[in-house]
Design a protein around this ligand. Structure first.
Ligand code: FES
Length: 108
């Protein structure tokens, strides 16, 4: 059963940028892409162990919205968390939905 927790207002999320939120003790990186969608990933870069993905560069690769880690530059698919440079690695993702103007993140 998913619980939906309000994290911020949609307008708090700058387009094409990451924003970091603390949700029940977990750092979550939120990304608002140019198409207006919001994606939520763990903020932890699995390669360095640093909590920095929210500060990565948003872009796209082969039509997929991506973020490049500011540490060693590996690129992650924002929709699935898969690392496009290393298929064995994946960042945990979270469900996101809008409730009016509020952004909610799903927790198991
Ligand atoms: S505190 Fe949010 S990315 Fe560092």
């Amino acid at each position: 059963m998913t619980r939906w927790l309000v994290v911020c207002d949609y307008d708090d999320l700058p387009p094409e940028r990451g924003t970091c939120a603390l949700v029940e003790g977990d750092q979550i990186a939120l990304f608002r892409t140019h198409d207006g969608r919001v994606h939520a990933l763990s903020n932890r870069d699995p390669f360095s162990g640093a909590y920095v993905l929210a500060r990565g560069i948003v872009g796209s690769r082969r039509g997929l919205p991506t973020v490049a880690s500011p540490m060693y530059k590996q690129v992650f698919d924002l929709t699935t968390g898969h690392c496009l440079d290393d298929p064995a690695v994946r960042v945990p993702t979270f469900g996101v939905r809008l409730s009016g103007s509020r952004v909610e993140v799903g927790r198991p």
